[in-house]
Ligand binder design. Structure first.
Ligand SMILES: [Zn+2]
Length: 113
């Protein structure tokens, strides 16, 4: 299960960070997840909850901010939001586009008690 390994990775990063900076209890972890990252937020929350049982992060909430897909047209340079995975420039109808946003899966910030 893909999401469970991501959850374990998040736990490892957050645990290392809180130990290094001697932080208190982590209340929430804010994540940014792109629509193209292939991560299912619900499965990730579930995996996180399961993986944090009996650890210092038990009870910590995941707050997932979805990141919409954006792209830049290589033909005319226009930047646009990609709706429903239609990679078509609304300006010149070109399909030669660069995806600039929506593939990320990152920890944005932590909220510590
Ligand atoms: Zn264009």
């Amino acid at each position: 299960m893909h999401e469970l390994s991501i959850a374990k990775e998040i736990i490892a990063i957050v645990t290392a960070e809180t130990e290094k900076k001697r932080l208190g209890r982590v209340e929430t972890i804010h994540l940014r997840i792109g629509a193209l990252s292939g991560v299912d937020p619900e499965a990730l929350s579930f995996g996180f909850e399961a993986a944090t049982l009996d650890t210092p992060l038990e009870g910590t909430r995941l707050v997932i901010e979805p990141v919409p897909v954006r792209a830049t047209c290589r033909a005319c340079g226009r930047e646009f939001a990609v709706e429903d995975l239609v990679f078509l420039c609304p300006g010149c109808r070109s399909v030669d586009v660069d995806v600039t946003q929506g593939q990320e899966m990152q920890i944005d910030h932590l909220v510590v008690e």
